[in-house]
Design a binder for this molecule. Structure first.
Ligand code: 0X9
Ligand code: ZN
Length: 421
């Protein structure tokens, strides 16, 4: 019992706004991952209450949605029976997806024998950044480095621009990932796509690569990402101390697009969905938005990568309305999902976030769509559907990357087909 209390205290410490002046790693021994499916509006309400309590003992891996949408919750050992009791009394089907989250964290560490940057294990921030820094040396005529100063902890946000030839008429594509720290598969996938655009000899890929100017920012939230590697594998937010108790805002609720609309984010600094005290309060979102403003009008596409759920999301997250060019992008999304399915049979849903997941406001992709009316704006929620969640085993990185790339190519092929038609 005493040891459980110490662990809970350590988890609690990780949520406090104290600088990491002593080094410890948050452990999740015997934390269970549950999937519960609310089967009535009352059950949805009950889950929302848990979620809004912002307790580190109930970590919502996916936000509560409508009736019938499963919610994955990581639960501390001493809250397991409470959750089971609530689920039973509300008639909510529940399933244990992982018996001991810490075991999976340990499994991620195992393939750590160093042989450089790659896709057989998850890379650290330094490894990703060193790889990005190596690219202009390897491909001097095509790749240049973009170094943006501006995270709370003083890190550089690193990106690359890829451009073959000098034509100014080319449209640009912006790719971002790991705005949410713990979603490691997202930067693994975008670095894979970037590498393929640079190295593949496949004719469709070469055409795609050479017909566009590319901006890749694999780690949008470097402070949070680093923290998820060094200290707390389950960290999602930034590392800005917002009050004496809690650190971080959700950088994907902090953009100036329907920022303050209720239901799509939280005003509580201890929430995983905290929108921050004002739009662009987080240095990383401020810096990135300023950079995006310099290229926004030339973008044909803005693609944002997250995990998990296996869905392809179309703006916007504040509404149920199908706005702008929704229908066209929905059609393209379906074609992309078909292509993704072809390789390994992985099923994706396509649609508005409100329809396939939940309401979300102040999101990066929606800000881009709203401000620049970028034709193609899509958000990937990569593998899986909650069996492993954020802890997708390293041996699934490459299959995930391969199938995602298949769909990525199709997005552009279909877009240009429908433009000609
Ligand atoms: O909630 C989010 O920010 C994203 N899901 S996640 O589970 N990775 O946290 C969804 C972002 C939705 N995107 C748009 N509204 N375009
Ligand atoms: Zn995310």
């Amino acid at each position: 019992m005493a040891s459980i209390e110490i662990k809970s205290f350590l988890i609690f410490l990780s949520y406090l706004a104290v600088p990491s002046c002593f080094s410890y790693k948050v452990r999740y021994d015997n934390y269970k991952l549950f999937r519960v499916t609310p089967s009535s509006p009352q059950a949805v309400e009950a889950l929302r209450e848990f979620e809004q309590a912002d307790s580190p003992e109930y970590n919502f891996w996916s936000a509560t949605g409508p009736v019938g949408k499963p919610v994955e919750i990581m639960v501390s050992p001493n809250k397991v029976s409470e959750l089971q009791h609530i689920a039973e009394s509300m008639g909510m089907p529940s399933k244990v997806m992982a018996d001991n989250v810490q075991e999976r964290i340990d499994a991620e560490e195992r393939p750590r024998t160093r042989n450089g940057f790659g896709w057989t294990r998850y890379n650290t921030l330094d490894e990703i950044n060193n790889w990005l820094r190596s690219l202009p040396k390897l491909y001097p005529s095509a790749v240049s480095l973009i170094e943006l100063n501006g995270t709370y902890e003083g890190r550089t946000i690193l990106g690359v621009k890829v451009s073959y030839g000098t034509s100014k008429r080319k449209k640009s594509v912006f790719v971002e990932s790991n705005i949410h720290a713990r979603e490691w598969i997202s930067s693994a996938t975008t670095t894979y796509i970037l590498n393929q655009l640079l190295t593949s000899t496949n004719s469709s890929l070469r055409k795609l690569a050479e017909d566009h100017i590319w901006y890749f920012f694999p780690v949008f939230n470097p402070d949070g990402f680093e923290y998820s590697h060094t200290t707390d594998r389950m960290w999602r937010k930034t590392r800005v101390p917002h009050n004496i108790l809690c650190t971080g805002a959700d950088p994907n609720r902090n953009w100036d697009n329907f920022w303050n609309v209720s239901g799509g984010s939280s005003d509580s600094p201890c929430s995983e969905l905290y929108r921050g005290p004002k739009p662009f309060s987080e240095p990383c979102t401020k810096t990135l938005s300023e950079f995006i403003k310099t290229v926004g009008s030339e973008l044909v596409a803005y693609i944002s990568f997250h995990s998990f759920s296996q869905v392809l999301l179309i703006p916007y997250g504040h509404t149920f309305e199908h706005l702008d060019n929704y229908d066209r992008i929905y059609y393209i999304g379906l074609k992309a999902a078909d292509a993704l399915f072809e390789r390994y049979g992985t099923l994706y849903k396509v649609g508005l976030i409100n329809d396939v997941m939940y309401k979300a406001t102040g999101v990066s992709a929606d800000w881009v769509k709203g401000v620049f009316k970028t034709p193609i704006v899509l958000t990937y929620e990569l593998r899986d559907t909650g069996v492993y969640g954020f802890q997708l085993p390293p041996e699934l990185i490459i299959p995930t990357c391969e199938e995602t790339l298949d769909s990525f190519v199709v997005i552009f092929e279909e877009y240009y087909k429908t433009i000609k038609a």
